[in-house]
Design a protein around this ligand. Structure first.
Ligand code: G4P
Ligand code: NA
Ligand code: NA
Length: 190
């Protein structure tokens, strides 16, 4: 997605060789028109998959997942991140470490929102080590639903998250892929 690359070049802030701040387009401010373009891009890539539900994690995945769900005409569901959770028989819970925050949180999603018949498209804003995404995959498997694939806005290729999903046989579609961050600025993979 060329437009997104341009916006990342002009508005992204390199915080370290591992972390790119995208507060201006993903993590604080949201550009509705750009976000709808992302939604259309994912919807067209997964158009033949008969998706019944879009699933993401709060908070930054929500806007993009909403745009995808609107385009596909299906509901969007987001897992919440909780500090620690008592076992809840009505919810799926997966414990995941967080790359940027350095803490462990529980992803929580009520069981009634994942049905066996569902064909789920997972959406995430930025994938690093993929802990959050793998947690969501486990939740989708716990619900015995079908995972049709994962749509990622920004894939950081130098971290292993997207590859680890592909290694599980999951179709991963990224809108932009970043090869490296550093003195040369943001270097895209393609
Ligand atoms: P992972 O999904 O790839 O394992 O990453 P992890 O859970 O460890 O990431 C924790 C949070 O850090 C996620 O947001 C993820 O989007 C974000 N993140 C990872 N790498 C970067 C980066 O280079 N830049 C930015 N801006 N964020 C990054 P979250 O905790 O779910 O927070 P929220 O923004 O969705 O509320
Ligand atoms: Na995030
Ligand atoms: Na996220």
């Amino acid at each position: 997605m060329e437009e997104l690359k341009e916006r990342i070049k002009s508005e992204g802030v390199i915080a370290s060789q591992q972390v790119l701040k995208l507060d201006a387009i993903l993590n604080h401010q949201v550009d509705p028109a750009l976000t709808m373009d992302m939604g259309r891009a994912f919807a067209s890539r997964f158009a033949s998959e008969q998706v019944t539900k879009v699933v993401t994690v709060e908070s930054s995945g929500i806007a993009v997942a909403f745009a995808v769900a609107l385009e596909l005409g299906v509901p969007m569901v987001f897992a919440r991140r909780k500090k620690t959770l008592l076992a809840d028989p009505d919810s799926y819970v997966e414990r995941v470490p967080s790359f940027t925050k350095g803490i462990v949180t529980d992803l929580m999603l009520p069981k009634r929102f994942i049905k066996k018949e569902d064909r789920i498209l997972l959406i995430d804003d930025i994938i690093a080590n993929g802990d959050a995404a793998r947690g969501l995959v486990k939740i989708i498997h716990s619900g015995e639903a079908t995972l049709v694939g994962a749509g990622i806005v920004v894939e950081k290729c130098f971290q292993s998250g997207a590859q680890s999903l592909r290694d599980q046989g999951i179709r991963v579609e990224s809108l932009v892929r970043i090869q490296s961050l550093g003195e040369d600025g943001v270097v895209f993979a393609d």
